[in-house]
Write a protein that binds this ligand. Structure first.
Ligand SMILES: Cc1cc2nc3c(=O)[nH]c(=O)nc-3n(C[C@H](O)[C@H](O)[C@H](O)COP(=O)(O)OP(=O)(O)OC[C@H]3O[C@@H](n4cnc5c(N)ncnc54)[C@H](O)[C@@H]3O)c2cc1C
Length: 451
């Protein structure tokens, strides 16, 4: 049986849900298909529950900083409120009924199942063949990638999905992967008392960010008692007597639990994209400025490879909905993509790294301002680690990249994102007034240091 509809949305991550809802509210007939939970990774396994862990862990760290600033506090650590909050407030115990209801109240029709693209205008879900007269929108996201390390697949390792569901913190944990997900969880668990070892195969933490970011975070984590092992590739994993053993070329690590945070994967073959002539071995989908991968077939979110962030998914959803509705709208731009790793200090960055700018042939000028040397950093004292790094195009006199690390690194990032988004001349940024004594005054200092 073939059912006709205006739009079929396959996968309802943050962007898919937003686009489907907007299109349904605009009066189109919209079917949203989701195999797991409406809202996707972010509310149930990603951003929200991890940030609840981070928030609680940071409260413990702040309490620890009272000493030397304001007397002494005694801390009794308890993970139970975090686990409860994740269940009650973030995930409804991993139940998406509220989100399903919200979509249906907006006028959409929801189908729980796995959608498979069967043609340029058709999607199959179960026995049902859907024909989309206006558009197909794909927002199928990513799932944890598990590297082919001998022995690993046979062990009860965790990915982010199991780690955020714990009710007690492990006594010891090995984290494979020194990117955002691994680092946030490593620090949060460690602050609750877990003995943590991080193994990163590349030669530094946060390999996608500036080297200064990886170094600063490695120093902070090491000072908190976390074992940081960059340049350490896991060669074998085993699990015996409730203990994981991970061996690298020259070391052996053991712990009660193992968290694999080595990246994300998507499954374009399973989604049926070969039927559109798309190379399903590719890790990402090629999109045009309106996010189309083929005529009237749109992609949103992690699968577009423009940044695996909720804000990217939502941004692209807006563009897709606008285009499908035939409204006037801007094409997608990616020169000022912000991202934040919610370690303490937070590592915010936007645009190009110095190396990326050099690779693109930009006439690069860089400057760094250290947060502890700013007035606010100095008076903040304990917990003041951070820096501002600016990457300028000296020919054009604008910023093309920036990093903001600090207690509020992700918030300070906003002014740098605006500057890069708007291509504001560096000369104009230097003329601005920066409130005293804020962390963002370090931006003014860094601007003054640019060549
Ligand atoms: C631990 C962790 C922490 C994170 N923290 C942050 C953060 O702080 N800030 C941030 O911006 N981002 C963060 N992210 C990333 C963020 O979660 C994702 O970028 C975000 O969810 C957007 O993804 P998406 O739109 O591509 O879809 P996803 O959220 O991946 O959702 C896709 C949905 O499609 C469904 N699906 C897949 N295939 C099919 C099919 N064939 N049929 C039907 N349904 C299907 C899946 O079940 C899933 O629900 C984090 C991720 C993780 C894992």
């Amino acid at each position: 049986m073939v059912e006709k509809v205006d739009v079929v949305v396959v996968g309802m991550g943050p962007g898919g849900e937003a686009a489907a809802t907007e299109l349904a509210k605009a009066g189109l007939s919209v079917i949203g298909i989701e195999s797991r939970l409406v809202g996707g990774e972010c509310p149930y396994y990603g951003c929200i529950p991890t940030k609840m862990m981070v928030r609680a862990a940071n409260a413990l760290a702040e309490a620890g900083r009272v000493s030397g600033l304001a007397g002494e506090v005694s801390i009794t650590k308890d993970f139970a409120p975090v686990a409860k909050r994740i269940r009650d407030e973030a995930t409804d115990n991993w139940d998406d009924q509220v989100a399903v209801d919200r979509f249906e109240q907006a006028g959409g029709r929801f189908i729980r199942g796995t959608g498979i693209v069967t043609g340029p205008k058709t999607v199959r879900v179960g026995d049902l063949e859907l024909e989309a007269s206006t558009a197909i929108v794909l927002n199928t996201g990513t799932s944890p990638a598990v590297p082919p390390i001998p022995g690993l697949a046979e062990t009860p390792f965790w990915t982010n999905r199991e780690a955020i569901a714990v009710t007690e913190v492990p006594s010891s944990l090995i984290v494979l992967g020194g990117g955002a997900i691994g680092l946030e969880m490593a620090q949060a668990f460690a602050r609750f008392g877990t003995k943590v070892q991080i193994l990163e195969a590349l030669d530094r933490l946060m390999p996608l960010e500036e080297p200064e970011s990886g170094q600063l975070i490695a120093d902070v984590l090491t000072s908190e008692g976390i074992g940081v092992h960059a340049g350490t590739a896991a060669r074998n994993v085993s699990y015996e007597s409730n203990t994981f053993t991970v061996t690298s070329d020259d070391e052996t690590f053991s712990a009660d639990h193992l968290l694999v945070a080595t990246g994300r994967r998507s499954d374009f073959a399973g989604l049926g994209l070969a039927t559109l002539g798309i190379d399903t071995t590719s890790r990402i989908l090629d999109t045009d400025a309106n996010l189309q991968i083929a005529d009237s077939v749109y992609a949103i979110g992690d699968i577009t490879g423009k940044g695996a962030f909720t804000h990217m998914s939502m941004y692209q959803a807006r563009i897709v909905a606008t285009h499908i509705l035939g409204k006037q709208g801007s094409a997608a731009e990616y020169h000022a993509v912000p991202r934040v790793t919610f370690t303490d200090p937070e590592v915010g960055s936007v645009g190009l790294t110095e190396q990326q700018a050099l690779d693109q042939g930009v006439a690069v000028g860089v400057s760094i301002s250290l947060l502890p040397e700013s007035s606010r950093g100095w008076l903040h004292k304990s917990g003041n680690e951070g820096l501002i790094k600016l990457v300028a195009d000296t020919d054009k006199g604008i910023l093309v990249g920036a990093t903001s690390i600090g207690p509020a690194g992700g918030e300070v990032l906003s002014m740098l994102t605006l500057a890069i988004h708007e291509r504001t001349p560096v000369s104009r940024l230097r003329e601005m007034i920066y409130a005293y004594p804020t962390f963002h005054r370090a931006v003014e200092d860094a601007l003054g240091r640019l060549p």
